[in-house]
Design a protein around this ligand. Sequence first.
Ligand SMILES: *Cc1c(COP(=O)(O)O)cnc(C)c1O
Length: 373
Amino acid sequence: MHIETRAIHTARKPDPITGAVAPTLVMSTTFARDENYAVPGEHIYGRTSNPNRRALEEVYATLEGGAAAIAYASGQAASNALFQCMNPGEHVVLPREIYFGTRALFDTHFLRMGIEMTPVGGANLAELRAALRPNTKLVWVETPSNPLLQITDIAAAARAAHEIGAACVVDNTWATPFCQQPLALGADVVLHSTTKYFGGHSDVTGGALVFRQDDALYARARSVQGLGGAVPSPFDCWLIQRSIPSMAYRLRAHTEHAAKVAEFLAEHPAVSAVHYPGLASHPQHAIAREQMRAFGGMLSFETTGGREAALRTAGRVQLFKRATSLGGYESLIEHRASVEGPASTAPAGLLRCSIGLEHPDDLIADLKEALES
Ligand SMILES: *Cc1c(COP(=O)(O)O)cnc(C)c1O
């Protein structure tokens, strides 16, 4: 069955008692046993499982083509859980250009646990291979990367990880399973901030890990969650599940609009660079074409006037909201260096855009006005 159909029909059987077609929200934290003290359904206690969470996990797993998935209260909680599966003395490889929260989480809380780390240029496979050690357990890939949209060859990174017995995790937040399927390319785990395109409406925070196999790493991550208690609320799960049936069509529009905006920006004299994997001029366009079904709704660009011009442009747009995050129906623009602070490696003149579902001609007119006035 195609992904669009699975997004609509997975874990959405009508309620057996009421016939309700929309999923029922189950807020109960505890589930009754029968007179023989047997558990009639699959749920006992809300921390360990809940019907809305279980349904959402089934959808996450099917969309990424995984054997199992775990839903979290945020993307960071998912990353935290994966790092918690490591032992002291083990080693991870992280891309230098990574979501800055992932790096901050690792540096602040896992280096002090005695887990070792080497940062590498994600798109540079030779550098990645050189960083591998006998104790490497996790190779982290984020593609397209934030904020320069560099593309890492997922199949090659996974092969390199497997040669030394490490797992390869791909943060697939920006691409989503509708644009890229890392597990089919050989990755072992997919990570999502479902706050972004899965939620799609900028009104719910969530995260996910999807595992290619029901293996020891999955069992450990499941145990970390069951005992550690990092669970999303039933209502948050319900909200995210509500957004998923429209997701394939949102991603098509995000991609189509982003391509148009990228082409406009690439021709504009006040723009010195456009970072979008769908442009033929993108340095890893060939890999992107091979491993992505569509190029997604995120892009960034640099202004010829540097930091001042970038801030001026961001200050003048009318439709784009000046806000962090991505993946909602509304377009967002962000001066990444300001958001990330002094440790930021983002170019000073760079603006990152989450291209929304407005008519692309209106978005282009808004940017044109802001760049030229
Ligand atoms: C937002 C984001 C995260 C973190 O997710 P939260 O839901 O904010 O905790 C991780 N990775 C990427 C690529 C992101 O964009």
